[in-house]
Ligand binder design. Structure first.
Ligand code: PAF
Length: 286
């Protein structure tokens, strides 16, 4: 495994592989790697000849009320994890490499970026789309792999690839969970005993809603009350939203009938770091 910091080094490595006819997979991350990220790397390694992992805490996707400086940056543990996964290249640029002096142009996502997460995190998805587009032009991968946990992000990236004619295949890999169902997230380290226990309510609410929908319940209003109680039980979480939406447009549905995506965001209320401790999860019902 090689670690590189400059765009030129990435391009040279990728050009060498391309000259030999090898395919390239990209796993973009912000570090603080966990099993979820590792599953994306394994997927890339299964499907591509070479795998590039980027580790970059992207400042432009943090909203004004979110603490960028508190975001975890365990770089040496992350590099060891990449080494263990035997990825080929790890790209760890500094902010000035990605955003050179005078940087001005960005991707504007539009309406898709203003729904759900976008309401609480203004500008977040513009920042995500901008950095992902940059990574695509730097690495020029055949395939890029994202996790389903950030479902809205994956829908936006797919949209960007279509709208901007980007020659990359997007793969969305299943959410990796703890044995009790909690979705893995870099933010889980901030859950203390009580809130860790309460956090499983988020996934349980999704499982319950999915089975209620399967038995014919179709009014979001009939589902939301119980889901909210499951999430807020114990007083550790406050529900931000439950969205019953079209899996590709993310527009809200009047009836919770498949195909649909159920999106949840809840905020952790127990004392912790200044970091914006939102927890998101989702289920797609086809
Ligand atoms: O999902 C993430 O970790 C980030 O949003 C991403 C895609 C790496 C862009 O910074």
């Amino acid at each position: 495994m090689r670690r590189v910091r400059s765009i030129a080094q990435v391009r040279r490595a990728v050009a060498g592989w391309r000259a030999r006819g090898l395919t390239v997979g990209l796993v973009p991350t912000m570090g603080a790697l966990h099993e979820g990220h590792l599953s994306l790397m394994r997927r890339s390694k299964r499907q591509c000849d070479r795998t590039v992992v980027s580790i970059f805490v992207n400042p432009t996707q943090f909203a004004a009320n979110e603490d960028l400086s508190a975001y975890p940056r365990p770089l040496s543990a992350d590099l060891q994890a990449c080494q263990r996964e035997d990825v080929d290249l790890v790209f760890t640029p500094t902010v000035d490499v990605i955003y050179p002096a005078g940087f001005e142009m960005t991707v504007r996502v539009g309406a898709l970026g203003e729904l759900w997460e976008g309401k609480s995190r203004p500008g977040h998805f513009d920042g995500v789309a901008t950095v992902v587009l940059k990574l695509f032009t730097i690495v020029a991968p055949d395939m890029a792999i994202f996790g389903q946990k950030d479902y809205q992000q994956s829908v936006i990236i797919r949209r960007m690839v279509v709208d901007l004619n980007l020659p990359v295949r997007i793969v969305v890999a299943p959410t990796v969970r703890e044995s009790d169902g909690l979705a893995l997230s870099s933010r889980n380290v901030y859950l203390d005993g009580l809130s860790r226990e309460a956090a499983i309510g988020i996934n349980q609410a999704l499982i319950w809603a999915k089975s209620a929908i399967r038995t014919g319940v179709s009014r979001p209003g009939q589902l939301k009350g119980k889901m909210k109680r499951m999430i807020e039980k114990g007083g550790c979480f406050s529900l931000d939203y439950i969205g019953f939406c079209d899996p590709s447009t993310l527009l809200p549905l009047t009836f919770a009938r498949p195909p649909l995506a159920i999106l949840i965001a809840a905020k952790c209320l127990t004392p912790g770091p200044a970091l914006n401790r939102r927890y998101i999860d989702n289920v797609i019902i086809n």
